[in-house]
Design a binder for this molecule. Structure first.
Ligand SMILES: Nc1ncnc2c1ncn2[C@@H]1O[C@H](COP(=O)(O)OP(=O)(O)OP(=O)(O)O)[C@@H](O)[C@H]1O
Length: 227
């Protein structure tokens, strides 16, 4: 199955911030959505999520920092149950345990509130919640920018390991080419509200065609970076 969106646009305060964009997202695809700050990545991410949900697809969203997803006054168990209820799922200890082990948060105390967990664990908990119910697509918007580089890389490894062999497609929105270079098969490059280039990651990083892609890949050999 391939998810398709056609002619997505967004206008804010009379300004077009996303020009007509159409995309095909096959299941299992791993895509990096990159571009400079203000190029329209988040706007495209939101438009895509709304459109695919309206079509009946199950699409999960992971925001930039765990504070955006977790209420500081509620326990982690409460958040988990809320996510299950939102998806119409009965409590399933085995499912929960599998996700917690995959994301290495099985040691976390669910009776505690978010601030008792480290930020890295909180964000992995948010990712685990997003993976509940095996979504068709998970969209992660700068999911590791609030984490240190080592924890960020480890989080992406754990997510990649969990998704291996699963149908869930992934779109990773980021400025951090080092984070996506080895983790996604395809890149989409945004510039001034336009999707200006898309193709295989290696091809775009080594032979960028557009000004935006050239700017992103300049000065560094991203494919050679260790993380
Ligand atoms: N509600 C809004 N009203 C007016 N302008 C907006 C609004 N939301 C976004 N914009 C503008 O639209 C453009 C694209 O914003 P967007 O957040 O999608 O970019 P981005 O590539 O995700 O940026 P960043 O990497 O900094 O998060 C920016 O110029 C932003 O200022």
């Amino acid at each position: 199955m391939t998810m398709t969106v056609t002619g997505l646009t967004a206008v804010r305060s009379g300004r077009t911030i996303l020009h007509s964009t159409s995309l095909n997202i096959p299941l299992r695809d791993r895509i990096g959505l990159v571009g400079s700050s203000g190029s329209g990545k988040t706007t495209l991410g939101h438009a895509l999520i709304d459109d695919l949900r309206a079509q009946g697809h199950c699409v999960a969203h992971v925001p930039q920092s765990p504070e955006e997803a977790l209420d500081p006054l509620r326990s982690m168990a409460f958040h988990w149950r809320e996510a299950e209820v939102a998806l119409g799922l009965a409590p399933d200890r085995a499912d929960q345990a599998a996700l917690f082990v995959a994301l290495k948060i099985e040691g976390g105390d669910l009776r505690k509130r978010p601030w008792s967990w480290s930020r890295g664990m909180q964000q992995r908990f948010v990712i685990a919640m997003a993976l509940l119910g095996n979504p068709d697509l998970i969209v992660l918007d700068e999911p590791t920018s609030a984490l240190d580089p080592v924890v960020a890389a480890a989080t992406m490894e754990l997510l990649g390991g969990f998704l291996d062999g699963k149908d869930t497609a992934m779109i990773l929105i980021t400025h951090d080419l080092g984070l996506v270079a080895r983790r996604v098969e395809r890149l989409m490059v945004m510039d001034s509200g336009h999707l200006v280039e898309q193709g295989r990651t290696k091809e775009i990083l080594e032979r960028p065609k557009t000004r935006a892609a050239k700017a992103l890949s300049a000065h560094r050999n991203w494919m050679a970076l260790p993380c």
